[in-house]
Ligand binder design. Structure first.
Ligand SMILES: [Zn+2]
Length: 346
C-alpha cells in the first residue's frame, strides 16, 4: 500500500483529536470574562492589590480612593509584566478590601489578566466575617457566592474565578469554619471554582480534606494556601491525594540565612522535595505580596512581585530543574488550578 494512503486517515484522526481537545479546553474566569486556560500564560497565582484590616463591620468602598490606589499599584504590576508575568490571582477577600472596580481599571491599564475571588475569610478570630454569616446556613452562604459567580460582584459585572476562604490556625475546624468549608463545597459543585483555603499548619489542612471528601469532592478541588506553614510530610501526603500545594510567600530577605525557614533556599528545597516525591504538577508558587494598606498613608510599604524571577528561578535551575519544569510551575499548574471544572468523586 502506498505510504500516502496509510498517512491520509491518520491526518484526519489528528485533526479530529485536536478539534476535540479545543472543545474540551477549560475556561478561566478573569475580571474581564472567561478565557481559554491555554491563553493564561505566566501566572502569579496568589498576590494582593489592596487590603483593609479594619474589620467586616466597618470596611467598604468609602474607605479608599480608587484613583490613588491604582496610581500606587500600577508601577509594581508593570514591573511584574516586565519579568514576563501575564496573569495574577488577586487574593484579597470580600470584607478585607476586595475591589473589583480597581481590578478592572488595573487590568485595562496593564493588559494583564487579573482573577478575583468570592468566599469568606475566617482566620484572625473571624474579624472579617460579616455578621449575617453567623446566622445563615451553609446553603444560604453558598447561594451568595454562587450569585456572585453568575451575576458579578456589587454591580461591577466582574465575576470571581475562584474561592478564597480561611480557617483558624493549627486547630480543628470550629462549627463556623466547618460551615464555611461546606458552603465552599456546595459552591464548587455548582460553579466548578477551585477552593483556595488560607490554612496554617497540618491540622486544619488534614481536617478540611477529610470534610471535603465526606462531602463528595475530590481533593484536587482544594488548594492548601500557605502550605509552607505545614510539614513536608503533610504536603506530600495531601499532594498524593490530589490536593494543590501552594508555597506562596516567596520573598528575598537578606537578613535570613540560606536554608533558614522562609529563605529563597528553603523554598527551593521544599519545591525539589515535592518534585522528587512526584508532585511537581501540584505545586503553586507566588509571593503573597502587594498590600496597599488603606489604614496607612499612601498605602504604607508596598512589596513588589519580582523575587521569584530575580532570585528563586535561577536557584531552581542551578539545582537541576529544567525549563519545562519551570514552565510547569508558572504556566501549566496555574492554568490547571484556575480552570473551572467540577471535581466530584461521584
Ligand atoms: Zn494572601
Amino acid at each position: 500500500m502506498p505510504l500516502k494512503i496509510i498517512l491520509m486517515p491518520s491526518i484526519f484522526v489528528l485533526l479530529f483529536l485536536s478539534c476535540q481537545e479545543a472543545e474540551h479546553e477549560q475556561r478561566i474566569m478573569t475580571v474581564n470574562g472567561a478565557i481559554f486556560s491555554s491563553d493564561l500564560g505566566v501566572t502569579l497565582i496568589h498576590e494582593h492589590v489592596l487590603v483593609d484590616w479594619i474589620g467586616a463591620d466597618s470596611t467598604g468602598y468609602h474607605r479608599w480612593d480608587r484613583a490613588d490606589v491604582a496610581e500606587r499599584v500600577l508601577p509594581y504590576l508593570m514591573e511584574a509584566a516586565g519579568r514576563g508575568v501575564d496573569a495574577i490571582g488577586e487574593f484579597t477577600p470580600a470584607y478585607l478590601g476586595r475591589d473589583p472596580f480597581i481590578l478592572l481599571e488595573l487590568s485595562r491599564r496593564t493588559g494583564m489578566y487579573l482573577i478575583t475571588n468570592t468566599g469568606f475569610y475566617g482566620a484572625v478570630d473571624n474579624r472579617f466575617i460579616p455578621a449575617y454569616a453567623y446566622d445563615e446556613t451553609s446553603a444560604e452562604i453558598a447561594a451568595r457566592w454562587i450569585d456572585e459567580f453568575h451575576n458579578g460582584i456589587d454591580g461591577s459585572g466582574v465575576r470571581p474565578g475562584f474561592m478564597k476562604i480561611s480557617v483558624a490556625e493549627h486547630s480543628e475546624l470550629s462549627p463556623l469554619h466547618q460551615k464555611i468549608v461546606e458552603a465552599a463545597a456546595m459552591t464548587h459543585i455548582e460553579t466548578g471554582m477551585t477552593i483556595f483555603s488560607h490554612t496554617i499548619g497540618d491540622i486544619p489542612a488534614l481536617a478540611q480534606i477529610e470534610l471535603l471528601e465526606q462531602l463528595g469532592l475530590k481533593p484536587s478541588s482544594w488548594v492548601w494556601t500557605h502550605a509552607q506553614t505545614g510539614t513536608i510530610e503533610a504536603n506530600i501526603r495531601l499532594a498524593e491525594k490530589g490536593a494543590w500545594i501552594s508555597l506562596d510567600n516567596v520573598m528575598f530577605d537578606p537578613s535570613r540565612d540560606e536554608g533558614q525557614e522562609g529563605s529563597i533556599d528553603w523554598y527551593k528545597d521544599r519545591i525539589i522535595a515535592l518534585r522528587d516525591a512526584g508532585h511537581l504538577n501540584k505545586i503553586l508558587i507566588s509571593h503573597d505580596a502587594g498590600w496597599y494598606d488603606v489604614g496607612e498613608p499612601n498605602g504604607g510599604g508596598y512589596r513588589g512581585y519580582t523575587d521569584i524571577f530575580d532570585f528563586l528561578i535561577s536557584r531552581l535551575l542551578e539545582s537541576g530543574l529544567t525549563d519545562e519544569e519551570i514552565e510547569q510551575l508558572l504556566v501549566k499548574n496555574p492554568a490547571n488550578v484556575f480552570s473551572l471544572r467540577i471535581r466530584s468523586a461521584k
